[in-house]
Design a protein around this ligand. Structure first.
Ligand code: ZN
Length: 214
């Protein structure tokens, strides 16, 4: 009985997610979009494009296959005693908006006030990647990063600020090139204590002043 269950689990791991199209079907969809744009997917320069686009999707949307709670739970360190704010600013990310699949490019600033758990810089960067490499809206990206960190580290509070430009706004539609969107999520003492929140905002202030979203 246990053996049968094991085999099933193994098979499930390799099988595509339910309803997930095959690679060939996905490449065909790209061919359709090329024809929709007005070009010929069979001309020489475009022949390898569908397979390249599908491979690019695997990279851009790799976040669906990772659970940040799982890897954060494996990697935090207990550091009883350190009770000052930890701030990481200017972490660059690339995501895609769920409305147009157009790039969202920007920076994340993270602060938290630990109880006794901290997590390394590279893990914070990876946490951002996992959520950025999905179809997103900036508000949800901001909230997901803050809540994942809050769930795992159980700090006194978390603050996350995201500043980004949306290429669906700069290259189409309203064509506003210099607009940066700023979103924030404040949890725990970052929400309830204005002194803590101001300390965080002061720490990332110089970074925000550069306005260098890319
Ligand atoms: Zn968009």
């Amino acid at each position: 009985m246990a053996k049968a269950a094991k085999t099933t689990r193994k098979r499930e791991k390799k099988a595509p997610a339910p309803g997930r199209p095959t690679r060939a079907e996905s490449e065909d969809a790209v061919r359709t979009l090329i024809r929709w744009a007005g070009d010929d997917p069979d001309r020489e320069g475009l022949r390898a494009t569908p397979s390249r686009v599908v491979r690019a999707f695997e990279e851009w949307f790799a976040g669906y296959r990772q659970d940040p709670h799982e890897f954060l739970n494996r990697t935090f360190s207990e550091v009883g005693g350190y009770d000052e704010m930890v701030v990481l600013r200017n972490i660059r990310f690339e995501s895609h908006c769920e409305h147009h699949i157009a790039p969202i490019i920007g920076r994340v600033h993270i602060g938290y006030l630990p109880t006794n758990r901290v997590v390394g810089i590279s893990k914070l960067a990876r946490l951002i990647e996992v959520y950025a490499k999905r179809l997103q809206i900036q508000e949800r990206l901001t909230a997901e990063i803050a809540h994942a960190l809050n769930d795992v580290l159980r700090p006194q509070g978390v603050g996350v600020i995201v500043e980004a430009s949306h290429e669906c706004m700069t290259t189409r539609g309203v064509h506003k090139t210099d607009v940066t969107m700023v979103t924030s999520e404040m949890l725990g003492v970052f929400r309830t204590n204005s002194e803590t929140r101001n300390e965080f905002l002061a720490a990332i202030g110089p970074a925000r002043a550069t306005r260098n979203g890319h």
